[in-house]
Design a protein around this ligand. Structure first.
Ligand SMILES: [Fe+2]
Length: 495
């Protein structure tokens, strides 16, 4: 491996802190690396050709008040696979907030766990006063990696391979003032970016479409009864699927500067918003709403149309408002519960919305706890058979293994990373040259690994058809990287 330390950012985090999300596998890194010809244990398949990108919440300054693991500054990790070799880079996303704090030499914005915020400057996000840390999600659209923030903000653009930074997307001056939420979707069949945002002001939500040339072609309101906290969206050939779940802020506390989310006695609602045709043909502008049992969903997996029905898969939480985590340090017990999969108890679930009758049918696809799913995107908007989910370490926002769901046979196969070894959201990477004519699971599942036993990080590549055999390849990274959240796979043709 030829590794070059490119930069070390200024940091003031007290190494003696006791925060569960500033220590252990969440210990932030302050270095930016370029590494070529990475060492491989096992062998890298030559038909793995593309980039695995992952975002991370990676704070650099001693927080103003209590740190929440969603506050950290965005760091993109990029590993490029080609011809049986791999190279790696990581970079802090140069957000406006990151640059301002580096100039000040300290934190200027407080985070989600501070109510009201103690921020010293005006901020961003649906609740306001937060730093747009761009650390939540990453997708690749029109050849650019776009990092995003869960509470709506800019889309920061980077080259997916070199991580060269191009600043926030502007869309020729049309970028919405309300920002864009994490979990914008790329429809690779049309090249479109589908997105939504939300705010505390009527109409409370918008959705839109950016074409393959980076031009905003559609932006429309989705009127809600009040401020909501949507996190993800889904899409089919003809619809964007947005949501209005009953977990949202108690608006009566806004005057006190408080943003406290709680479950309300309301159904879950899903909006089917007709997608404008790429050729400009008119479509009906009527939004269809469907009701379902109350829950909260952080992430959806896929959706498609089936006759009169629209089918949606996602992770329904059995316990969207968990009690404080038992045996947790008291100051952190609430935030630890809301980031613990075994407290929220998400399970893979299916909703079917009947466009003819207006009825919703819903059913579990799996009884076990899992979240942060991926699937073969060549099967997007079609009834896909396989889903690859992350498994949670009880009590901590860490992934201790992966699970392959077979939705046809209603079975699942779990693989553990081993004690003290944690992974990332793991996208499916189709074998290069493979298309929809190949088996849906003909490809690889890729994850970054933080190994606390050996104080190192690797990227593991599994054969999706035989995950039980363990990784085909373990690719050594130049430094131990902290745990992180969302990721994506971009095939060579998308770069
Ligand atoms: Fe997310």
């Amino acid at each position: 491996m030829k590794a070059t330390l490119v930069n070390r950012v200024h940091s003031t985090i007290d190494p003696a802190n006791d925060h569960p999300y500033l220590n252990g596998a969440w210990t932030p890194m302050m270095e930016e690396w370029d590494a070529e010809d990475l060492s491989v244990e096992g062998s890298l398949p030559r038909d793995l050709d593309g980039v695995y990108l992952r975002n991370s919440e990676n704070p650099v300054y001693q927080p103003l008040g209590k740190y929440h693991p969603f506050d950290g500054d965005g760091v993109l990790h990029s590993i490029r696979f080609r011809d049986g070799k791999a190279s790696y880079r990581n970079r802090f996303v140069r957000t406006e907030g990151f640059v301002a704090e580096q100039a000040a030499g300290r934190a200027l914005w407080s985070g989600l766990a501070e109510m009201p915020p103690r921020s010293e400057r005006p901020g961003w996000g649906a609740q306001g006063a937060l730093k747009d840390s761009s650390s939540t999600d990453v997708v690749v659209h029109a050849g650019r990696a776009l990092s995003s923030f869960y509470q709506c903000g800019a889309l920061y653009q980077l080259d997916p391979q070199t991580l060269q930074q191009f600043g926030p997307a502007d869309w020729n001056g049309a970028f919405p003032a309300e920002g864009v939420s994490a979990h914008a979707k790329v429809d690779v069949s049309t090249g479109e970016l589908l997105f939504f945002n939300y705010s505390k002001h009527a109409p409370y939500m918008y959705c839109g479409v950016v074409n393959a040339a980076g031009k905003l072609t559609h932006y429309q309101p989705v009127l809600l009864p009040g401020p909501r906290l949507p996190h993800d969206m889904a899409y089919t050939r003809h619809f964007m699927i947005l949501n209005d779940f009953p977990l949202f802020w108690d608006a009566s506390l806004f005057d006190k500067g408080l943003h406290v989310a709680r479950m309300h006695d309301l159904p879950s609602r899903f909006a089917l918003v007709p997608r404008p045709r790429a050729d400009g043909t008119a479509v009906p502008d009527t939004i269809r709403w469907f009701e379902a049992d109350p829950t909260y969903v952080l992430h959806f997996v896929n959706a498609w149309e089936d006759g009169d029905e629209v089918v949606l898969n996602g992770y329904r939480q059995r316990c969207p408002m968990p009690p404080p985590l038992a045996n947790a340090p008291r100051p952190y017990a609430m935030l630890m519960a809301y980031t613990d999969l075994h407290s929220l108890k998400p399970q893979l679930w299916r909703w079917r919305f009947n466009l003819r009758t207006g009825a919703t049918h819903e059913e579990p696809l799996d009884e076990g706890i899992s979240e942060f799913g991926s699937f073969n995107h060549q099967h997007a908007m079609q009834p896909n058979r396989y889903v690859y989910s992350a498994l949670g370490e009880p009590g901590l926002f860490l992934f201790n293994g992966l699970c392959k769901h077979d939705l046809r046979n209603k079975t699942r196969q779990d693989v553990s990373f081993g004690a003290g070894v944690y992974g990332s959201e793991a996208p499916f990477a189709p074998r290069s040259g493979s298309g929809a004519d190949r088996a849906e699971d003909d490809g690889y599942v890729v994850t970054f690994i933080t190994d606390m036993n050996r104080d190192r990080s690797e990227c593991w590549v599994y054969a999706a058809q035989d995950m039980g055999a363990g990784p085909l390849a373990k690719v050594r990274l130049p430094a131990r990287i902290p745990s992180g959240t969302h990721s994506c796979w971009a095939a060579a043709a998308e770069l």
